[in-house]
Design a protein around this ligand. Structure first.
Ligand code: SAM
Ligand code: ZN
Length: 308
């Protein structure tokens, strides 16, 4: 990496990764001093300054991360994962240096699959989330698989995509303007201006969202009055910066055990809003018979309008 991809979250000076401590060069810091950021034992870097933290433990909790990990690793959303990776492969295979940002990566189910596209397709994969337990999880897995940035030997034939797990806010990305080839936001926040800022001209944005009717039978069982997902509103907000290239809809039948359903409710924020009697009644009913529902997703592929 010749020009630093990263910038300091405190003074915006170029920030250089290392295996132990990342340091900015202080060039934009009025005091001209460096800011150090230690690499945690698990292999992530915390680039979220306290002043950008809106709560003590922002982002998803440990419990929802564990539930999501169990649910996703059981393969229930595999068709969506495959679709996202296919789209990325088609977009990226003819591009030279690829730096990809997966924002709101969670525990990294989709991120790990993106990394499996290999270093011929993707050089750098920034796995970013505001939740420390989420980033810790993807860092641990990546480290065990020798996929962290400092575990890559440029000379080696076995080099893989370099993963950089970062605790950061989507609103204040510690990335140089125009440095990123593409961003994925899988059920995660969408910040049009912040994304356009870090993307290269013609850079890509892939968004996955629940579609109308997602988990309808589960929501019918949990709520008296089911409000539909408003899938398209954010497209208007993106339109000054991005052109929509493609929209894909994908539906998957799910047959869920009581354990799967409990995990799905824990990882799905709106399920918390259900009355606890309704949640319990549903879980008891599912002990007898598996629960059938349908997952419905929509994936948007967008391209940044140059000079935005
Ligand atoms: C519904 S989860 C999706 C996780 C993962 N992409 C997946 O689909 O498995 C949303 C994620 O966005 C993260 N998040 C929420 N607000 C954020 C922000 N402002 N900046 C970065 N990440 C954020 C949460 O911590 C959570 O991990
Ligand atoms: Zn700095």
């Amino acid at each position: 990496m010749l020009v630093s991809l990263f910038i300091c979250p405190l003074c915006q000076s170029p920030l250089t990764p290392a295996a132990d401590t990342w340091r900015c060069d202080g060039s934009l810091n009025p005091k001209q001093t460096n800011h150090p950021f230690d690499v945690a034992r698990q292999g992530y870097v915390n680039l979220l300054p306290v002043q950008q933290k809106k709560s003590k433990a922002p982002g998803d909790s440990q419990a929802s991360i564990e539930a999501r990990k169990r649910f996703l690793h059981a393969g229930h959303y595999q068709p969506l994962n495959d679709l996202i990776c296919q789209k990325m492969l088609a977009l990226l295979s003819s591009i030279g240096q690829v730096n990809w940002l997966d924002i709101g990566c969670g525990e990294g189910y989709y991120t790990q699959s993106m990394a499996q596209l290999g270093s011929d397709v993707m050089d750098t994969l920034i796995a970013a989330d505001i939740s420390k337990p989420a980033v810790m999880e993807i860092a641990r897995t990546s480290k065990a698989e020798s996929k962290l940035w400092y575990q890559q030997d440029k000379e080696s034939a076995t080099q893989s995509t370099a993963i950089y797990p970062l605790v950061t806010s989507a609103a204040h990305l510690p990335l140089r303007a125009g440095s990123v080839t593409g961003i994925s936001s899988i059920f995660s926040p969408i910040l049009p201006e912040a994304f356009a800022e870090v993307l290269a001209d013609d850079g890509y944005l892939i968004i996955a969202k629940p579609d109308v009717g997602h988990l309808a039978t589960m929501r019918d069982a949990l709520f008296d009055d089911v409000r539909e997902h408003d899938s398209d509103k954010f497209l208007t907000e993106l339109s000054p910066y991005f052109t929509l290239l493609d929209t894909h809809r994908i539906n998957t039948e799910l047959t869920l055990s009581a354990g799967d359903l409990a995990d799905l409710m824990t990882m799905t924020p709106y399920a918390y809003r259900a009355r606890s009697e309704k949640r319990q009644a549903l879980l008891i009913a599912v002990k007898e018979n598996a629960f059938n529902t349908e997952a419905k997703f929509v994936v948007y592929v967008l391209r940044k309008i140059a000079d935005k």
